[in-house]
Write a protein that binds this ligand. Structure first.
Ligand SMILES: [Zn+2]
Length: 280
């Protein structure tokens, strides 16, 4: 598997000069299987640039198939979907997996964001690409030769948040975002889900020492602890705080690496940056 980061910022886009090295687009990560499967984890504003890139290939001719795995439907994880040309070209196909909420289905949420109140598209029925929604469950399924497992990591049914685990020929990628480890048993479930992953992508907006009201999101230290407890090889921090500058992120990573080295931890830690590509 190959991973490409197209958006690594949390909450809101941050097109600010001090943040351009890590990037200002919100959450969007592409996974490309060894046999060409294309999977997109969340469609934040980073999805717009990915969509532009895809226009160069089959998608530009209306012959592309894209699988979207949506963790949850807060704006920073969905906002990019309606904008790229790829979703408006007839013949392209979108397979969209994600959670339904007690307030409405995933399809209703995407349809609502395209309603005339928000968008000139006037609803999902008017995008050109064929689209199919599937409510995610814990039942494993395949996309080409990729095995996908999903797990709910929230107890709140009005805003369910799911994590994804992708496996290909023994290589494992896990994606966990917007988790709140204060909820009952969630930390232990996340550790079990990420067990022995080669790469863990984990949201990491704030440090424990930072006094911010962010509704209980896990901290950067949580991501490191979960990765260590799960025996993860390589941790990619993402969903960076909107006020976090490039230099501050550099300093955080240097400090985390020093702490890990001091404890002889084999865990590799990096901050994901827009445009970064890695092999799992
Ligand atoms: Zn988020």
């Amino acid at each position: 598997m190959k991973v490409q980061f197209w958006g690594v910022r949390g909450y809101v886009p941050t097109p600010h000069a001090a943040m351009l090295r890590y990037g200002g687009n919100t959450c969007c990560t592409a996974v490309i299987g060894e046999h060409g499967e294309l999977v997109v984890l969340d469609t934040g504003t980073g999805f717009c640039m990915l969509g532009d890139e895809l226009m160069q290939g089959e998608f530009g001719r209306g012959r592309g198939t894209l699988t979207l795995l949506i963790s949850h439907t807060y704006w920073d994880h969905i906002l990019g979907l309606p904008f790229p040309g790829v979703v408006h070209i007839p013949g392209n196909r979108l397979d969209i997996y994600g959670p339904d909420s007690t307030r409405g289905s995933l399809q209703m949420v995407y349809d609502g964001m395209l309603s005339p109140v928000y968008s000139p598209v006037y609803g999902l029925a008017h995008i050109g690409a064929t689209h199919r929604f599937t409510t995610i469950s814990t039942e494993p399924f395949t996309i080409g030769r990729l095995l996908v497992r999903a797990l709910p990591l929230s107890r709140r049914q009005h805003s369910p948040i799911w994590a994804y685990r992708l496996e290909e020929e023994g290589r494992v990628l896990v994606y966990i975002t917007d988790v709140r480890y204060g909820e009952d048993g969630i930390r232990e479930e996340a550790i079990a889900f990420a067990r022995n992953a080669h790469v863990l992508i984990h949201s990491a907006p704030y440090l424990r020492t930072e006094q911010v009201e962010d509704y209980g999101h896990s901290r950067i230290e949580d991501a490191v602890e979960v990765a260590q407890a799960a025996g993860v090889e390589r941790l990619l921090l993402f969903h960076h705080a909107p006020n976090r500058t490039d230099d501050e992120l550099d300093a955080i990573v240097v400090r985390l690496r020093a702490e890990l080295a001091a404890h002889d931890s084999p865990l590799q830690v990096e901050a994901a940056a827009e445009g970064m590509e890695l092999a799992v």
